[in-house]
Design a protein around this ligand. Structure first.
Ligand SMILES: *Cc1c(COP(=O)(O)O)cnc(C)c1O
Length: 404
């Protein structure tokens, strides 16, 4: 492959940092994890951050903490990666899928229509790194008529007394919305540090806590931390303190803690994220846009507006007036030029499991239209300008050969 899709950024600095942890004698959750959590809190401006071993685990931990269970509904976009809806299914609740807007993000008006008295959580996804319409969605959950519909069942739900806003911010670390950063735009946001994400620790995720003043976010950090390690009151590091061996199990918790090896990678990446990683990613986006803007068949994505700034996660090029089969043929031709492209995402109602559960893509026309015309182009730190030209040539060649 002349141009891969998104290899992780790993250089000598990353290797040295991981080696240092390997040699230190402490490789699981420990001081590096705690440091990375503090740095993430400072970086985003949220109130507290807990790292876990994946974004999916982070989302599920929050749903479980909020008491989401059978009979409950959680509103998710139809256009997302499976993790968003699967974690709802894990909890026994119903993912209520809604359509998206032209920017690939969940539609606030579609959310409003989908809210029922069983709705416990809304999970917007900042697709491709572009923040959702948070003000609109937050104003929905605060709206009197919608608050009156909310039926709290647990002590936590009673305290919040409205629908929880849990952002799937898997794509959007570093994105901005009205002067605030992703991680602070809803009650709780979860990042993913999976290998293909902007900031990677191989696998991993972080829960950014941002609940209002009725909640003690530090205490919540401790609660979720215990939940992420079998309900154990002391983690492995605390137990190594002299005489501090005794611990208790206060609930049948999960096992999704983060490791210091992952934190070592994360600390290196976070330090050079704004001034280097995001700068390069934006340059790549700008180059694609300026090259494709000259073709009338190309619909380039919006990634910066007055209020919003993307984290430049994936570049979603749409081809105007084509059908799914034509898009698939274009992708085939691009691959023949040894350029790796992708589709983010096949909408969930088209996936066998969800189809079998009765979800029907015909109910999500915008999601289907976007899906059938989209091609995600390579974006990664080490992508060279010459490679960008190869991508552009391959795409232009493929589209024009189809049209002739
Ligand atoms: C990657 C991703 C996740 C899950 O992250 P993991 O860390 O892989 O569990 C969730 N939602 C979306 C939209 C994603 O792309």
């Amino acid at each position: 492959m002349k141009v891969p899709f998104s290899p992780p950024r790993v250089d000598q600095k990353t290797i040295d940092a991981v080696t240092e942890v390997l040699k230190s004698g402490w490789i699981t959750t420990g001081p590096k994890t705690k440091l990375f959590e503090r740095r993430l809190t400072d970086y985003t401006g949220c109130k507290s951050t807990l790292c876990v071993n994946s974004g999916s685990a982070g989302l599920e931990l929050v749903l479980r903490w909020f008491g989401v269970k059978e009979g409950d509904e959680v509103i998710v976009p139809a256009y997302t990666y499976a993790a968003t809806a699967n974690v709802v299914v894990h909890c026994g609740a119903l993912p209520v899928m809604v359509d998206i807007g032209d920017d690939f993000n969940i539609s606030a008006s579609a959310i409003e229509k989908a809210i029922t008295k069983r709705t416990k959580v809304i999970m917007p996804v900042d697709l491709a790194g572009f923040p959702c319409d948070y003000e609109k969605i937050m104003s929905l959950v605060e709206k009197d008529s919608i608050k009156q519909m909310f039926l709290p069942e647990t002590a936590i739900q009673k305290k919040l007394n409205r629908i929880l806003m849990l952002s799937d911010a898997a794509h959007s670390i570093g994105a901005g919305y009205k002067g605030r950063k992703s991680g602070t735009l809803s009650d709780i946001a979860v990042f993913s540090f999976h290998a293909v994400k902007n900031l990677t620790t191989a696998e991993g995720g972080a829960i950014c806590l941002n609940l209002g003043n009725d909640f003690d976010n530090e205490r919540l950090y401790n609660e979720l931390n215990i939940k992420s390690l079998h309900g154990q009151t002391k983690d492995a590091l605390a137990k190594t303190q002299p005489g501090n061996w005794k611990y208790d199990i206060i609930e049948p918790g999960y096992k999704c803690n983060f490791t210091d090896i992952q934190a070592a990678m994360g600390l290196v990446e976070l330090e050079r994220y704004d001034d280097d990683m995001l700068v390069r990613r934006k340059e790549i986006f700008d180059r694609y846009t300026s090259r494709f803007s000259t073709y009338d068949w190309a619909q380039t994505p919006v990634y910066e507006t007055k209020d919003k700034r993307s984290s430049f996660h994936v570049y979603l090029l749409r081809i105007r007036n084509i059908k799914e089969e034509e898009r698939d043929r274009i992708i085939q031709k691009i691959f023949e030029e040894e350029v790796a492209v992708n589709v983010h995402f096949v909408p969930l109602p088209m996936m066998t499991y969800y189809k079998n559960r009765g979800y029907d893509i015909r109910n999500f026309p915008v999601a289907f239209n976007n899906y059938s015309r989209v091609i995600s182009l390579p974006v990664f730190y080490d992508l060279t300008n010459a490679q960008i030209e190869e991508v552009v040539d391959a795409v232009v060649g493929a589209v024009e050969s189809l049209r002739n």
